[in-house]
Design a protein around this ligand. Structure first.
Ligand SMILES: NC(=O)c1ccc[n+]([C@@H]2O[C@H](COP(=O)([O-])OP(=O)(O)OC[C@H]3O[C@@H](n4cnc5c(N)ncnc54)[C@H](OP(=O)(O)O)[C@@H]3O)[C@@H](O)[C@H]2O)c1
Length: 314
């Protein structure tokens, strides 16, 4: 049972990783339908770096202090009326930022039990798989034999998407940095190309974009029945990205759609099934303790990360 205060990561202004600091904040009190979780691990997501830097302030506003961390793996402390019991190892993602903390109260339907023998860091590395499943299966409706292009094939979302695309029977082309091309192939890419010098890429039935820039150029690579799922903002022009995606989202063909990730128990269970079947595996690049979360952000910002940077809460 937590005391009335706990350790959490907060920031009082937008800026570099150094703005993140460990502070004492009130421990959460779970509301109706919520579960109190003692956080063991969380992953660092590209979107959080953008949020912390202030590049997304048109969406994130100017109210401080802010909390950070969107997903979690942890043990159930207070299950409330949910289907969980005390001590269950669960994973999921909240509606509000703030999983970089000792405890987090979260709606029970945004959690599922972790199985497949994953440890907390491995499980945390896989949570962006929810985004990959939503993008490829639910939005793009990727079919066997289709040509899939993944921009960012070895990053946090991309390393799961590459495995998933292969498992779904697509012909996968992965764009990654030069040092990670071998990894992209290991993950299942049939073709892996350096995104700085990709050469002629050809046409694709589905493009998963985790970069946000040059959407117009990439859309031209879609086949007549092609679909592009764009999950990232061009951080120099976030509102423009939103406008471009919205303007092309309702087209019947060669559409471009985005979405905002929404971890739910059924999606988490689907992810577990892919893992159990041996079709998707975790990939932890580096683990940082909670107090060194600024280093974790710095590591992701420097680029070249293989899979996920994970933060562990002891
Ligand atoms: N809408 C949603 O629900 C949702 C959910 C999750 C994430 N996202 C967004 O998706 C984006 C990616 O998140 P993430 O956590 O996967 O980030 P990440 O781990 O930093 O991965 C990004 C990857 O893109 C690669 N990359 C950089 N520039 C590229 C380029 N020009 N062409 C191809 N690849 C390039 C990077 O490679 P190197 O580092 O090796 O250069 C890196 O592997 C973020 O903007 C995030 O906000 C959206």
């Amino acid at each position: 049972m937590p005391s009335t205060s706990m350790r959490a990561i907060t920031y009082d202004r937008y800026g570099p990783p150094e703005v993140l600091r460990e502070t004492a904040v009130p421990a959460p009190v779970p509301g109706p339908g919520e579960v109190l979780v003692r956080v063991r691990a969380l992953s660092v997501n590209g979107g959080e770096l953008a949020m912390r830097s202030g590049k997304l302030f048109p969406f994130s506003g100017k109210r401080f202090p802010k909390r950070i961390g969107v997903d979690l793996v942890g043990e159930v402390v207070e299950p409330g009326t949910s289907r969980f019991t005390v001590g269950d190892l669960v994973w999921g993602g909240g509606r509000r930022m703030g999983t970089a903390a000792e405890y987090y109260a979260i709606a029970a339907d945004r959690l599922d039990r972790v199985h497949s023998g994953l440890d907390p860091a491995q499980a945390a590395s896989l949570l962006a798989g929810i985004t990959a499943i939503t993008a490829l299966r639910d939005k793009a409706r990727l079919k066997p034999g289709e040509r899939l292009l993944i921009r960012g094939a070895t990053g946090g979302v991309g390393f799961v998407a590459t495995q998933l695309g292969k498992a779904m029977g697509a012909h996968v082309t992965g764009l990654a940095s030069a040092k990670n091309l071998e990894l992209a192939r290991e993950l299942g890419a049939d073709v892996a190309l350096d995104y700085r010098e990709p050469g002629h890429l050809g046409k694709f039935d589905v493009i998963l974009d985790t970069v946000g820039k040059d959407l117009r150029e990439f859309r031209r690579m879609l086949t007549p029945r092609g679909r592009m799922v764009a999950i990232a903002f061009d951080l120099d022009h976030p509102v423009r990205t939103l406008g471009y995606v919205a303007a092309h989202s309702l087209r019947a063909t060669r559409w471009v759609r985005g979405f905002s990730g929404n971890p739910k128990a059924d999606l988490l269970a689907d992810l577990s099934r892919w893992v159990d079947a041996g079709l998707v595996r975790p990939l932890v690049d580096t683990v940082f303790p909670l107090g060194a979360i600024a280093d974790a952000h710095r590591a992701l910002e420097e680029g070249g990360v293989r899979g996920k940077v994970v933060v562990e809460v002891s």
